[in-house]
Design a protein around this ligand. Sequence first.
Ligand SMILES: [Fe+2]
Length: 475
Amino acid sequence: MKRRDFLEYTGLGAIGAAATLTGCSEEQPAVKFWQNGNFRPVSEEVTLTDLKVEGVIPPELSGLYVRNGTNSSSGVSDHFFGGDGMLHGVRLEAGKATWYRNRYVDTPVYRKETGGFGAPKAEDTTSAVSLIYHGGKLMSLGEFGYPYLIDPKDLSTLGVFNYDGQLTGNMTAHPRIDPDTGELVFFGYNVMAPYLTYMRADAAGNMLQVEPVDMTGPSMVHDFGVTENYVVFMEMQVRFSWLAAIAGSGLPFKWDDDAPCRFGVMPRTGTNADVKWFDVPSCFVFHIMNSFEQGDEVIVDAARYDQLWVKNSHDFFHPARLSRFSMNMKTGKASVDRIYDSAMEFPQVNRALWTKPYRYGYSLVVDEKNDAPERIEQAEGGIRKYDLHTGAVDSYLPGVAITPGEAVFIPASDAATGEDEGYLASFLYDKNAQTSAFALFDATRVFAGPIAKVELPVRVPVGFHGVWIPDSAMG
Ligand SMILES: [Fe+2]
């Protein structure tokens, strides 16, 4: 979402206008990393059907992998998160990749129909963060604003979706589907009260509950924990800031040393009055790997930053480390333990294990030597699998020339019962060729590299989150 649109949507347009009038402007970063290398947007929407495959696509995989990310239609944006939503999809069928498409999410922001400072409208989102398939609908999610419905046949935008008017504001880009009931568990947050609203929808997509939750103020809440019986809300120290809002660059959020840092645990069918808050050490979390219950404890495994966005919302260069937050419902005390020492982000699991105890997690490897925007092009990334029972890791480390994106677990089949019996799907960027590939890895042998690579003659820019939708789920 562009800053102007964010301010408009949140009803804070007057602040932006005041900033313009007073000429107040925050220092832009010297290197806008999101406009360089494979962060820079692509200029065309393409449909490719004659795709070369290296290796073997498991013939039993039939479905769509699709990933969201920002891709500014003007070519420039004033923040990494600031471009229009663009979807990149690959369809697999009978051992073949039958097409690749990239398509903008067709929103009023993309069509440039929003301008000036008007009334807040939840349609005015870039819808650029993630996707989820639920209730027979493929939804593009942008964290701010309503979901947009996408046609899985061609990635075209079908229109906005707001649960028959029952979704009254924002929807997180990180909802969870209960693997047993099919229920969608989600929330939205805002910079004005109510700061957070909890929601549930049944397997068919009918809203079951809309519950405002008290927070101490407007905090950035990108993700949340969902277990079989509880949800966990994270109120942390990246907060909405009036000073950042008038500063004129990036998003109106920044680190606040004085803000509380606490996790609120609520029964999934409970109310605001039932929330138990646990103080945790100062931190920020974008992403949770998984959450579950163990004895008296509610466990949240997450990519934990000691600090983030300290100077402003361009300040990304801090390492996140996989950490376990344990909230004891009997004692009211929380503890935090480091699970693995090396930096990581974009944690994933086999989604059949969402809400449940689990053994295997997956993430991107983050290069700690590349701790500034000037050095991001030299980053050596990778994909890491964690065995949480033994502490062992299994890593794909392709070196500086190849950069993977988020790795999404695909079960080998609907009958697969082994937790890691399946594949990891990711887009790989080849820096030398300046092209990308859609890759599948055997999730039991990540180190071995892709078992299949669908070579794309185009670039898939660095993006955010994807989803695999098997044909069996689409019906
Ligand atoms: Fe995210």
